[in-house]
Design a protein around this ligand. Structure first.
Ligand SMILES: [Fe+2]
Length: 367
């Protein structure tokens, strides 16, 4: 990719094609002192209020910069590399990390070790890349005192507070408002499918775990979805088209949202799964359509609950797990509270936290 100049017109040459760059696109990107605040990288002018009939009067390319004089009197030198980084028209940090499909055969995923200055380290960069590859990551040796999970979350980005509080304590209790607070086996599910928007990432920190059961289970919704798309396109189609209602009620709130169990993006690629079969209600449809929907949901449930797709492990005290709640389903095996204590703390953060931190660390370490 190269930027070329022909008679005051500026072109982008992609090898197989050459296109003129709109002069206003360049005018908006002037980064001299009078145009851009160096600290915030925010514009000091408002291009939306300007006359867009701008033309290049004079331009020169030298030493990796393009120097442009516009007919409205503005002029500046722009770094060609900085311009080139905008030509892909999409996010080059997060989307460039390829998701790795996994099932019960998954092994050798790196665990990370908490240490001083962890949050601004190269280790944190690698951790976030691994998180985007697998949809979860485990950090060992994270301090457990004073609700440290909140500090941990706020050191990556910001806690996403919900009606369960800034963080929640997962231990069995009397009159629970969610099955998480019992000793029951929890089948694979995603959290809070009834929220708009659904919390993106769950952090779960093991404080005490003295029981022999209570294993954590994870299933990669991305792998299950992609396999289903290939093996059973009809089932995939119905699950990615029918919107169902998720609802949560307690004394103070009624939360409700509608979504497909497999939610695709504008390009029909995987975006999010929601699965919480104690909370979902399909709308009334023709009987034969519902017949097909119920079979499709059963098939999806069988896949999520299959041993073939599940990994199972025990969280040790000081282990902190981060899970992508749009991709990975989680659950736990039942446990006997008579055997000892089991106490986990959880909270949520959103993707802006991990994305913002990852972009910052790439900039910091020049990666
Ligand atoms: Fe959960």
């Amino acid at each position: 990719m190269k930027i070329e100049l022909i008679e005051n017109k500026i072109f982008i040459n992609r090898g197989d094609s050459k296109e003129e760059i709109h002069p206003f696109w360049l005018r908006e990107r002037l980064d001299g002192e009078e145009f851009l605040d160096k600290g915030t990288q925010q514009r000091l002018f408002d291009p939306s209020s300007m006359n867009c009939e701008v033309a290049v009067e004079k331009a020169k390319i030298s030493d990796g910069f393009i120097e442009i004089n516009f007919n409205d009197g503005a002029s500046s030198k722009i770094d060609l590399n900085k311009l080139a980084s905008e030509f892909s028209n999409k996010d080059t940090v997060i989307k460039s990390i390829n998701k790795i499909k996994w099932d019960s055969t998954l092994k050798n995923v790196k665990n990370f070790e908490y240490k001083d200055n962890f949050f601004d380290s190269k280790e944190m960069h690698d951790l976030l890349v691994s998180f985007y590859q697998y949809g979860f990551v485990i950090i060992k040796n994270v301090p457990t005192e004073d609700n440290f999970i909140v500090k941990f979350a706020n050191s990556i980005g910001s806690v996403r507070r919900t009606n369960f509080g800034e963080h929640f304590n997962v231990r069995s209790k009397l009159n629970p408002n969610d099955l998480a607070y019992t000793t029951l086996h929890l089948t694979p599910h995603t959290d809070n499918p009834y929220r708009n928007p659904v919390p993106c990432i769950q952090l779960l920190h093991c404080i005490e775990n003295e029981v022999s059961g209570g294993f954590s289970t994870l299933v990669d919704g991305y792998t299950v979805t992609e396999n289903l798309k290939k093996d059973d396109p009809e089932t995939y189609k119905v699950l990615s088209e029918v919107k169902v209602r998720f609802r949560f009620t307690d004394k103070n709130v009624v939360l409700e949202d509608w979504s497909e169990l497999i939610h695709l993006d504008e390009e029909k690629n995987f975006k999010q799964v929601r699965f919480s079969p104690r909370l979902d209600y399909v709308p009334i449809l023709e009987k034969n359509k519902l017949d097909f929907y119920y079979k499709a949901r059963k098939k999806l449930s069988d896949l999520y609950n299959s041993e073939k797709n599940r990994i199972e492990f025990k969280l040790e005290p000081k282990d902190l797990m981060m899970m992508d709640n749009y991709r990975v389903l989680h659950g736990r095996t039942k446990f006997d509270p008579e055997e000892g204590k089991r106490f986990l703390q959880g909270c949520y953060i959103d993707f802006d936290s991990t994305e913002g931190k990852l972009r910052h660390l790439k900039r910091k370490f020049n990666l």
